[in-house]
Design a protein around this ligand. Structure first.
Ligand SMILES: [Zn+2]
Length: 177
């Protein structure tokens, strides 16, 4: 709001150039072609790191969640950024998310475990089940991060210790509620 008030007081040309800067920023943000994390390069530093465990993929909603999980230092695998969760109310269906590319990664055969680390909301649960069904034909273990936090908390608001523990103490996802 303060930014809007500030902009309203500026000359038109200043506002235009600010707008252009934002547009350029948005256009020039690049995403990793493998995991869809934000990246300066075609493949992000995490995917390109041979020290990471390529057999484990942690599925998260957005780039901030990648940062949150990285901050715990409890995860050495790779990520897959969905770009949100299935939410019919907001008009977001499975095809709006990076689910097909996750299936392709699992199909390639190097992935042994997929860890679902989505928000424990109804939308997060729906998305978990959708992915579970999509990956059921493949020989891959599916787990869900343990939750010591109340329903509705989003991943990035959880503190590092709790989140780190929930990744270490993840449980097998069997499709049963
Ligand atoms: Zn990547």
């Amino acid at each position: 709001m303060r930014l809007v008030l500030h902009l309203l007081r500026q000359e038109r040309s200043a506002v235009d150039s600010f707008g252009n800067a934002i547009m350029t920023l948005k256009r020039e943000v690049k995403y990793c072609k493998v995991c869809h994390n934000i990246s300066d390069t075609e493949t992000c530093l995490i995917c390109a790191n041979p020290g990471r465990d390529a057999s484990t993929i942690c599925v998260v909603e957005n780039v901030r969640d990648v940062m949150a999980v990285e901050a715990t230092q409890q995860f050495r695998g790779l990520y897959h950024v969905l770009g949100g969760v299935i939410s019919p109310m907001d008009g977001i269906g499975p095809s709006d998310l990076q689910i097909e590319s996750l299936v392709e990664r699992v199909k390639s055969g190097t992935v042994k475990e997929v860890i679902l680390a989505l928000s424990s909301t109804m939308e997060g649960d729906t998305t978990n089940f959708f992915i579970f069904r999509k990956l059921a034909p493949y020989d891959v273990k599916m787990s869900v991060i343990a939750r010591g936090i109340s329903i509705g908390d989003e991943l990035q608001y959880t503190d590092e210790v709790t989140l780190g523990r929930s990744i270490v103490n993840r449980t097998l996802f069997t499709g049963n509620m």
